[in-house]
Structures are given as structure tokens and as C-alpha cells.
Write a protein that binds this ligand. Structure first.
Ligand SMILES: CC(C)(COP(=O)(O)OP(=O)(O)OC[C@H]1O[C@@H](n2cnc3c(N)ncnc32)[C@H](O)[C@@H]1OP(=O)(O)O)[C@@H](O)C(=O)NCCC(=O)NCCS
Length: 201
């Protein structure tokens, strides 16, 4: 069965405006260049743990909110993130972010990563990815891999800032799955899958 457009590509994710703090729809968001004037905020500590059964609903809600769905297409497969193992980040006893993963050959594949817009730019995403890398190391895997789409400039920035390297471009892979033109981050057409990887020592 070919996946419908709500399973891939369209991304009604919300981000938080770094200037005014309001939530912004994915298509309305814009990139902004800033210098190091941005103040460091003192925020509650972030605790990252493997999701328990009790965390699952919160993780599902975070993914559903950020991705608008719980099915992801990447690396040529359609995956349901709901039953996947997940890490959750907790701040002030509230789930603030989640990362779903699976094993893919010699790699840990980050299938989905979402931070509650309320807690974006609080370290949540970084701690979740760092924990996924620790897990990959413990499992003696060689790499952590992730796929995103051509429009997702925040994710391309976020991962490359954390030493992920671009490995593959799968042109028109999104269009092939959705059979429709979709508008992504800042209205950029969503077309291609972009894969990144980081070697684990
Ligand atoms: C991409 C995404 C996961 C990033 O998550 P995040 O929790 O905001 O990430 P972090 O807080 O760890 O890092 C973001 C920035 O905040 C900064 N930051 C972290 N803590 C901070 C603090 N206390 N004060 C000021 N800045 C801080 C980080 O330095 C980082 O900036 P830098 O990369 O320029 O150094 C998030 O934007 C998101 O959920 N996007 C929508 C879903 C998505 O696209 N997921 C990825 C698809 S695979």
C-alpha cells in the first residue's frame, strides 16, 4: 500500500520564535542569522531516560504534534514510530522531548526527534541525541544515522552543528511517496530525503 501524503512530507510542526517566543507554524517559520548576543538561559536540568510504558503516550503526543503523524518514511521504508523504542527528555517532571530509534545494520537510526516547542533551545534535542550516541556506543554500533527532508533547515543545522555529515541525497523521494507537491519549512517545497551520519568511536 502506498503511504498517503499525511504519512510523509507534510509537516505541520510548530517551532518557537526565538525573538518573541510565540509558536510558529512550520510553513510560516523563517531562518534568522544571529550572533553570540543570544543570552544563555538558566533552565531546569534535562533528564533523559528510556521511555517507560507511562511515557509512551506523552512521546506519541510529542511526535504527533511535531510531525502531524506517527508514520515516517526514511531509508526506503515506511515506519510506525509508536511501537519503537524511545528516549524521553524530562524537565520539571514534564516530558519535553522524545527521540524514537531503531537498529539499522551497524547503525542506530534516529527515526524521529521532537522537542516540545515550549522547550526548544533549552538543550533538550542536544541531550536526546547525545544519549542516542551513548546508546549506540554501548551497543557497539559504528554510526548514528538520521534522515530529514530538503526543507528542514533547522534539522540540517542542528545535526551538522553536532558533527553529523551529509551522506546521501535521495532526489524526489518525498514526491514519489506523496504524489503531490508539499510545502515545507518557510514554504520551501518538500522533495528530497537527505541522510546524515556520525561515526561512533
Ligand atoms: C530540531 C529540534 C529537535 C532541535 O531541538 P531543541 O531541543 O531546540 O535543541 P537544543 O535546545 O538542544 O539546541 C538548539 C539550540 O539551542 C541552544 N541552547 C540550548 N540550551 C540553551 C540555553 N540554556 N540557553 C540558550 N540557548 C540554548 C543550543 O546551543 C542550540 O543552538 P546551536 O545549535 O546554535 O548551538 C527542534 O527544533 C524540533 O523539535 N524541530 C521540529 C521537529 C524536527 O524537525 N525534528 C528533526 C527531524 S529528524
Amino acid at each position: 500500500m502506498s503511504p498517503s501524503s499525511d504519512q510523509f512530507g507534510a509537516k505541520p510542526a510548530v517551532l518557537r520564535c526565538s525573538r518573541c517566543g510565540r509558536f510558529v507554524d512550520w510553513e510560516e517559520a523563517q531562518l534568522q542569522v544571529v550572533c553570540t548576543c543570544r543570552p544563555h538561559l538558566d533552565l531546569p536540568p534535562v533528564l533523559v531516560r528510556e521511555a517507560t510504558d507511562q511515557d509512551r503516550e506523552a512521546a506519541r503526543a510529542l511526535f504527533a504534534r511535531d510531525f502531524g503523524r506517527t508514520k515516517i518514511v526514511a531509508f526506503g521504508e515506511v515506519m510506525d514510530i509508536e511501537p519503537m523504542p524511545s528516549l524521553v527528555a524530562v524537565m520539571s517532571n514534564e516530558p519535553s522531548g522524545a527521540l524514537a530509534y531503531r537498529l539499522l545494520g551497524d547503525a542506530l537510526h534516529i527515526v524521529a526527534l521532537a522537542t516540545d516547542p515550549m522547550w526548544q533551545r533549552s538543550g533538550v534535542g542536544g541531550y536526546l541525541v547525545a544519549e542516542a550516541e551513548l546508546l549506540a556506543r554501548r551497543l557497539r554500533l559504528k554510526r548514528v544515522v538520521v534522515a530529514t527532508t530538503n526543507d528542514n533547515l533547522p534539522a540540517l543545522y542542528f545535526y551538522q552543528r553536532r558533527s553529523y555529515r551529509l551522506t546521501d541525497l535521495v532526489p524526489e523521494s518525498v514526491t514519489a511517496h506523496t504524489h503531490a507537491q508539499q510545502s515545507g519549512f518557510a514554504g520551501i517545497p518538500v522533495r528530497d530525503e537527505i541522510r546524515l551520519a556520525k561515526a561512533i568511536d
